[in-house]
Design a protein around this ligand. Structure first.
Ligand code: 13P
Length: 250
């Protein structure tokens, strides 16, 4: 059985003080949520506050991106997976569509970052998903295959076993237009069949595939009822403790 993972991606929101206040409210609301794993990915500068506030709880902390090697070096502005691990992170989001759209992320850099994150002992949440025009022109499955082939297929079986995949259709992110459970399930099936074709049925059955894009307390249940949806990667609704607790306790 795949244990659900509900992960919050805070994007560029919240200071360390905001983070502390969030966790004070949030931790009691999910303290009994043994049915799922829970993670929050704050901005880099709030990770220390999150790790402090989450100590001893069932909430893990993650980064939203990382550099593609672990060796220290002259790379201004970058943070290595090993540094995230040393700061207390368990998770890292890699290849988010906002990184792809605005910051030059490619399938090749996604793959390198994923390997480096695994080497550092982090659990990567690797994102894929199509743009609106790609869906409308019938290219969704090709896009997912290209992103999978470039970003994840080169991993060894041992490396692959460490990752979580997130399907985030770009047209559903921050728009309030959640994919219907059926549309999401179709894409998750496609992704799982890509895993099966590459690595076999055991790997395909084991990998968790999260849905992301306008997930809210009132639509999460229908999504989680789908057989191939194993959790959610949540933006806006992860910023409020009550809302994200509502998602976790779907
Ligand atoms: P929203 O939940 O705000 O649509 O964001 C989704 C997302 O991008 C999570 O990574």
């Amino acid at each position: 059985m795949r244990k659900p993972l509900l992960a919050g991606n805070w994007k560029m929101y919240k200071t360390p003080a905001d983070t502390k206040a969030f966790f004070e409210k949030f931790i009691p609301l999910v303290a009994a949520s043994a049915h799922a794993e829970v993670a929050i990915c704050p901005p880099f500068v709030a990770i220390a506050a999150a790790v402090d506030a989450a100590a001893g709880s069932n909430v893990g902390v993650g980064g939203q991106d990382c550099y593609w090697t672990n060796k220290e070096g002259a790379f201004t502005g970058e943070v290595s997976p090993a540094m995230l691990k040393a700061a207390g992170c368990e998770w890292v989001i890699i290849g988010h569509s906002e990184r792809r759209q605005f910051f030059g992320e490619t399938d090749e850099s996604v793959c390198k970052k994923t390997v480096a994150a695994i080497e550092a002992g982090l659990r990567p949440i690797v994102c894929v998903g199509e743009l609106l025009e790609e869906r409308e022109s019938g290219r969704t499955n090709d896009v997912l295959k290209t992103q999978f082939d470039g970003g994840m297929a080169p991993l060894t079986a041992e490396q692959f076993a460490q990752i979580v995949i997130a399907y985030e259709p770009v047209w559903a992110i921050g728009t309030g237009k959640v994919a219907t459970p059926e549309i999401a399930e179709d894409a998750h099936k496609v992704i799982r069949s890509l895993v099966e074709a590459k690595s076999g049925k055991t790997a395909a059955d084991a990998v968790r595939i999260l849905y992301g894009g306008s997930v809210k307390p009132d639509n999460v249940k229908g999504l989680m009822a789908q057989p191939d949806i194993d959790g959610a990667l949540v933006g806006g609704a992860s910023l409020k403790a009550e809302d994200f607790a509502g998602v976790v306790n779907f």
